[in-house]
Design a binder for this molecule. Sequence first.
Ligand code: ATP
Ligand code: MG
Length: 399
Amino acid sequence: MARTIKTLVALDTGVSAANVQSALPVGGEIEVWGVVEGFDEAWRTLQETTTDLVVVACAGYSDRALYFIEGAVRETPTRPVVVLCDGSPNGFVRRVFEMGADDIIALPQTSEEVYFALQKAVARKQGAAVASGAALAPLICVLGPKGGTGKTLTTSNLGVALAQAGHRVAAVDLDLQFGDLGLALGLTPERTVFDLTKSGGSIDGEKLEAYLVEHDSGLRLLLAPSRPDQAGVITVELVREIYAALRTTHDFVLVDTPPGFTPEVISSIDSSSDIVIVGMLDSLSLKNTKLGLETLDLMGYDPSRVKVVLNRADSRVGITADDVHAVLGRVPDVMVPSDREIPRALNAGAPIMMAKPDSDAARAYAKLAKVFERAAAEAKPQSEAKQRSPLRRLVPRRA
Ligand SMILES: Nc1ncnc2c1ncn2[C@@H]1O[C@H](COP(=O)(O)OP(=O)(O)OP(=O)(O)O)[C@@H](O)[C@H]1O
Ligand SMILES: [Mg+2]
């Protein structure tokens, strides 16, 4: 029989118990054995019982909740803590991770989605989640804490560079409301992820094929809905299924994200193998990039899997490479200069990689592609060796 995960739910004052209750899983290995109102009572309950998982429900930013999370994590660091937020998580996400929580889920969500997220938090804490990831293609999540830093530019050109190098590459536009990855590549949204949701049934690589739109370079795209109101039906769960399917049928999967750490972005970070964080070369943007790097750190993301792209990086702005190093604590992996050809090419629906392959900007993206190609090539012999080893044992050794 599957083991049960004894779960305590602590309700902050002001949160709707009914909303939380309807999101809680019923049945399965996650057993909600107590829903307690107020953190004092919840704290006492934690002291008196054995609990495998703590769920903290609140109606938005809450200092009480943060204190409670910190205490619960300090008391038993191996026990996962997940936050259900029935209100705006703005300004709260970062603090929640700082206190040591494992995940934050913005309500409303179905109880199945919450069940899946809780299971994942438990698996991650036990260090079991990564075990099956070895044979999957890299999932590269392109992030930027603020809007307009060049995420879409980076995703499109990195995707094209990898496709031109002969790889099978898919890119997902996760900017579900205002996605313009298709536009950046001159593609019309004949088919989008919204059409996929209407198809019903489970998702696999073969089914997804019909919803991908192919660019001249060979890059294949799953485009964002053509209208913002269609975004609501695309769940975090669906997005995870899409990633899993694409990673089995492609060599690289890229994700273009909206600005900030929205629930979809957090979930994509969780699913990803690598991150590209795109910042710009001015003091405000550098500060935001640093905050982004720190947030990833707090989420437990391996820093060696994070690459930094510094966009609009011209010496004219008066910030030196040393300044960048001092603020970010690391040197950027790639610098992309400002180039008038970029908006011009974008307006014509042509990536700079193809419109001006000899430009410094295109060279920068080619360099970034090489970084990922090298990492993938280094990872391959290892996993192949792992697969080969049982066979090798069947070959008799020479005396
Ligand atoms: N290096 C550059 N040189 C010139 N123009 C640039 C450069 N980088 C970005 N731009 C311009 O800045 C605008 C924003 O770029 P992009 O759409 O890639 O940003 P984004 O981070 O995806 O934005 P959003 O957060 O809105 O999704 C585009 O019009 C693009 O042409
Ligand atoms: Mg964008």
